[in-house]
Design a protein around this ligand. Structure first.
Ligand code: ADP
Ligand code: MG
Length: 476
């Protein structure tokens, strides 16, 4: 076999190409340089720490598989990272990081409830010939409570989760059901609960599984005639964390087996943590008896985070990645992407990638371009917060005044203009707009829109204001 790093990496790239999107390949794999191959370790050079973490987080399984295939079972990948000082440094230096294998949070070995030696085992979950098995928790250390920013949007869910983690199975919150829209932190929070339980109670067996994987395993078990083993496996847990339980809707057989597992665990004082994209009352295709079980404990929702929380989340992320961004860029991101934290983080990461690959500084201009490119596929609108900020900056008013009830003439006018743009550029209801602008009702907002419309027809200077503002607000 040839020991040339280029040759080996070239073969790896061919496989990678077939497994990732073209865009991802361009962004994340083309910039990689193979630098060394020795003692079964392939060293690749990546442009930044962030780049390395991104690969580890998103492509590690793929990379491991490929390395195993190309180099062999004891093949390893090492990264050499070009460290840059604010993208300006003339002489980059590199650090070496081996691929992490230590990310898995370990469960203790558990005894099997079945007599392994005398049973012909077909259970895919249990390794034959072992009395004790290790069950992987599937918890990601990155999704910890420390990394989970608290805000009004998640306070109840977060504190209930934290309480559960101190006394799993020992609180009224059993099951704990966390629900909320896409990208609002459900998966993160339920991982955090699992991690915190492992920290407080290392002896407990904790398992995180997505409802989708649970379903696949169940289907496999049906095929292999191992439903009993499947059920027994899940009934061994001290803490069972099921993500995206709405996936079970319409799948009666899977719901049925889950119902039995649920009952067994609950009766045994074991903790269940469940996430869903809907409140139990809104879940359709779910058996009534299962829904009624969900209501036994606590359902806590995750709402869309407010502006301050969004900024705090970005700052936390930047801190974790060891990056710095201009304040106006962070604010712009937080103002522009309002309903999905994953998207918010994604935009920031793309921005940094873009800047580090092209060696361009991250400016507001670049941020605007990126946001257009990366977010254009999803419905995005300017937020009321952003409109208020732009209007206040324009008239040089503190934003607090605009949100207050004051009736000073210049504030009233700015507030009416903000309401007008909010009506025009967002999908918010009149009532919601009013609530954002000093607790006004929908009639006041309607009145404001009419006033602004009238004024712009009669007052030239006023129309000038609107045109300026409209330009500032249009993101393109
Ligand atoms: P969901 O499961 O609800 O779709 P995720 O848990 O996957 O959402 O969250 C999406 C991203 O947002 C993750 O990277 C997560 O770390 C991050 N995130 C969500 N909520 C918070 C928070 N309160 N603090 C910090 N990061 C958060
Ligand atoms: Mg999720």
């Amino acid at each position: 076999m040839k020991k040339d790093p280029e040759e080996i990496w070239g073969r790896c790239l061919e496989v990678i190409k077939d497994n990732v999107s073209q865009q991802s390949f361009k962004t994340w794999f083309e910039p990689i340089q193979p630098v060394k191959f020795a003692a079964n370790v392939l060293t690749i050079q990546v442009p930044s720490q962030f780049f390395y973490e991104w690969l580890e987080e998103h492509y590690i399984d793929l990379l491991k598989k490929i390395i195993r295939k190309e180099i062999g079972a004891d093949g390893r990948l090492e990264y050499s990272i070009i460290m840059e000082n604010n993208y300006k440094s003339a002489n980059p230096y590199t650090v070496r990081v081996p691929t992490s294998n230590s990310r898995e949070v370990k469960n203790p070995a558990v005894s099997l409830p079945i007599d392994v030696e005398n049973t012909p085992i077909k259970n895919p979950f249990i390794i034959p010939g072992l009395r004790k098995i290790k069950i992987e928790s599937h918890l990601s250390p990155h999704y910890s409570f420390e990394n989970f920013i608290e805000g009004d949007c998640n306070r109840l869910a977060r504190s209930a989760g934290f309480a559960v983690a101190q006394k799993p199975g020992g609180t009224a919150f059993n099951p704990l059901l966390v629900y909320g829209g896409v990208g609002l932190g459900k998966t993160h929070l339920i991982h955090a609960i699992g991690l915190e339980i492992k920290r407080n109670h290392p002896e407990k067996t904790v398992l995180y599984v997505s409802a989708e994987k649970f379903t696949q395993q169940f289907i496999e078990a049906v095929k292999n005639n191992t439903i009993g083993d499947f059920q027994q496996f899940y009934q061994m847990m001290d803490v069972l964390i099921i993500d995206d339980v709405q996936f079970l809707s319409g799948k009666e057989k899977t719901q049925d087996v889950f119902f039995h597992i649920f009952n067994h665990l609950h009766q045994g004082g074991k903790q269940l943590v469940i996430s869903s994209d809907k409140a139990p009352v809104e879940m359709s295709g779910m058996e009534q008896r299962l829904l009624s079980r969900f209501k036994w404990g606590l359902s806590a929702d995750l709402q869309t985070p407010g502006l301050e929380t969004r900024i705090a989340i970005l700052q936390k992320k930047m801190y974790a990645e060891g990056i710095e961004l201009p304040k106006e860029v962070v604010e712009y991101l937080a103002y522009s992407i309002t309903t999905n934290i994953r998207e918010l983080e994604g935009a920031m990461i793309s921005l940094i990638a873009q800047s580090s690959l092209n060696k361009k500084a991250v400016t507001l201009e670049l941020a605007k371009q990126m946001i257009d490119k990366f977010v254009k596929n999803t419905a995005r609108e300017v937020s009321i917060d952003y409109i208020q900020k732009v209007v206040c900056d324009y008239f040089d008013l503190p934003i607090e005044l605009l949100k207050s009830k004051t009736r000073k003439r210049e504030v009233v006018q700015a507030r009416q203009i903000a309401m007008y743009f909010a009506k025009k550029m967002t999908k918010s209801s009149l009532a919601n707009i009013g609530a954002h602008c000093g607790g006004k009702d929908h009639a006041t907002v309607l009145h404001a829109c009419r006033t602004v419309n009238n004024l712009q027809e009669t007052d030239k200077q006023f129309r000038g204001y609107l045109e300026d503002l409209e330009k500032k607000l249009s993101i393109h």
